[in-house]
Design a protein around this ligand. Sequence first.
Ligand SMILES: NC(=O)c1ccc[n+]([C@@H]2O[C@H](COP(=O)([O-])OP(=O)(O)OC[C@H]3O[C@@H](n4cnc5c(N)ncnc54)[C@H](O)[C@@H]3O)[C@@H](O)[C@H]2O)c1
Length: 249
Amino acid sequence: MFDFTNKTVIVTGAGQGIGKETAKGIIEGNGKVIICDINEETGMATKAELGENASFYKMDCGDSKNIREVIAKILEEHENVTGLINVAGIISKKPFQEISDEEWERTIRINLTGTFTACSAIFPYFMKNGGGRITNVSSVAGKIGGGLLGTAAYASSKAGVNGLTKAIAKEGGKYGISCNAVCPSFTHTPMTKDLSDNPDQNARVISMIPLGRAAEPSEIAQMILFFASDAASFVNGEIGDCDGGIVLD
Ligand SMILES: NC(=O)c1ccc[n+]([C@@H]2O[C@H](COP(=O)([O-])OP(=O)(O)OC[C@H]3O[C@@H](n4cnc5c(N)ncnc54)[C@H](O)[C@@H]3O)[C@@H](O)[C@H]2O)c1
């Protein structure tokens, strides 16, 4: 458990999966969490489950204007926001030659541009506030070109998130703004349900993971929470693997 006493953290994509476990960890660490998700039903359900220190804002991470409006509203309505965790993302699993321009654009727009826009929208506030911690959720796909579940568009979006994370770390450091990313591999969430339910595909992916199993979302959340907490006060620009040993770089 990491300490989030006196911290208020925005978590995108917190309606389910890895984002939800991350939001839970902030509450368990005595902090306040602001859940953002495009899915109102799961977002509100997560808020209800986490209690009075959780709030929910509907946000479409594929719409830059909406991201900026919602973040501005959050900053108006909450006194001291100390962190941003970008978890929202979508998968794209078509073979390279079958990826349409629309699929490419949508994957990059939600996974990469959405992460950029959320960071950009909060950056001036963190500058004024004397700092802030940004944590992005990337993927091993961004390092190894996909191949577990996501393919070229997904891998490219996550490689972009890794580059963006390092650039923000470099430019934000002097303002006390840190930026790190976590790269999970196969994790049991609604995103990977089809993969988990397909014995052949499941076995193929598991055979690539030295630990010989998929992760539970709470195991990924632990690394995200570490980066997002003061326990990682001197960690900046780190792209951390939480992948059972696939990447080994
Ligand atoms: N599950 C895995 O195996 C795995 C592996 C590597 C990386 N990741 C990454 O972890 C993150 C979370 O994945 P997950 O497995 O929990 O996925 P998930 O599909 O279970 O949850 C994703 C959440 O993001 C929300 N979301 C999707 N599009 C959105 C949008 N446009 N605006 C706002 N919210 C939106 C969804 O409503 C959902 O609540 C993603 O960025 C994903 O790429 C997951």
